[in-house]
Design a protein around this ligand. Structure first.
Ligand SMILES: C[S@@+](CC[C@H](N)C(=O)[O-])C[C@H]1O[C@@H](n2cnc3c(N)ncnc32)[C@H](O)[C@@H]1O
Length: 308
């Protein structure tokens, strides 16, 4: 995606903020009377997630962030000894993990990379992504495996040096329990990393659907901070500003427009009523920024790093 998007400045008038608020209020009123929404099936989730990520520069920035993290960890003169063990919680299709494992292999070949995810279609894809990975390397062979389970059902016999949750903590019904479990699975000196989105422009829309679909409040970056503060767990938090290119949303009935909308609201958007669909389109247009021929929506994420 275009690099120029990184320099977009978003001045927002009070008038625009009021319009956004008004559209969201109308959406709330429509959703209050609506029935159950159709969640995305495993295959559709994978398809729309890949389209969504492919139009955002966020994943590239996350990979660069991890690359710096690995460089720091393995910095001479005293690089750590032993196998470096990574757990990717909610690994999905492995599009991100393959890049992370490749960056990690620049530092060491002695690592064990485990992905865990309850979506079986994504786990199959993960396996496919990594099929040529270990055999393509020289010397010590990294080990990679994917476990088709929820994090709640996952267990391991030894601790991990890095446990990361990239956009996956929202999906766990008991986030505090997931945090406790991650701490328990951490090796001495290990780190837990969360990439969690704030509930800002785009997610002010998403949250309306997630909260209804899962019948609980969605945990965003600000809520994660609150949990960590209450537990008195030390952490660092860093904002990463990214942008999602959304020009297909100008054609809401196109396959790309529908795919982007489906992933943003995380339900089958064609199953929603026409007024709800129009409000979604209207809101996404309001928060879009035009930059030459491309149209962007702000797509920030916060990186949280915790020790033991
Ligand atoms: C937005 S995707 C992120 C995938 C990957 N980390 C990435 O950034 O490309 C969220 C993933 O969390 C997974 N997930 C949902 N509930 C989960 C649970 N209880 N335990 C582990 N993963 C879960 C979903 O199946 C999905 O693949």
């Amino acid at each position: 995606m275009a690099q120029s998007s990184k320099s977009i400045v978003v001045p927002k008038s009070q008038f625009l903020q009021e319009q956004e608020r008004e559209l969201l209020e109308r959406l709330d009123a429509e959703l209050r009377g609506s029935g159950k929404m159709l969640p995305l099936c495993d295959a559709r989730y994978l398809e729309t997630h890949e389209i969504f990520e492919g139009r955002s520069n966020q994943q590239g920035l996350i990979i660069d962030w991890f690359s710096r993290f690995f460089q720091e960890h393995f910095r001479q003169p005293e690089p750590p000894e032993g196998t470096f063990r990574v757990l990717s919680v909610g690994c999905g299709s492995g599009i991100l993990d393959l890049q992370l494992a490749t960056r990690l292999s620049d530092q060491t070949q002695d690592f064990h990379y485990v992905g865990v995810d309850p979506n079986s279609v994504e786990c199959d894809h993960f396996q496919g992504q990594f099929a040529g990975f270990a055999s393509g390397q020289l010397g010590a062979q990294p080990q990679v495996e994917v476990v088709n389970k929820s994090f709640e059902d996952f267990e391991a016999s030894c601790g991990f040096d890095l446990i990361h949750f990239v956009h996956s903590l929202y999906y766990m019904p008991d986030s505090a329990a997931a945090l406790e479990k991650a701490r328990r699975l951490l090796a001495p000196g290990g780190r837990i990393v969360f990439f969690q989105a704030p509930c800002e422009e785009m997610n002010a829309l998403t949250v309306r659907f997630w909260d209804k679909e899962y019948a609980r409040p969605t945990l965003f970056a600000e809520d994660l901070s609150d949990i960590l503060e209450v537990q008195d767990w030390k952490y660092d938090r860093e904002r990463i500003n990214a942008f999602l290119e959304v020009s297909p949303l100008a054609y809401p009935d196109s396959s790309l427009g529908i795919a982007l909308t489906d992933f943003i609201v995380q339900v089958d958007s064609l199953d929603l009523s026409e007024p709800v669909r129009n409000l979604i389109t209207g809101y996404l247009k309001l928060i879009s920024i035009r930059d030459e021929d491309e149209v962007y929506i702000s797509h920030p994420v916060d990186a949280f790093v915790m020790g033991e």
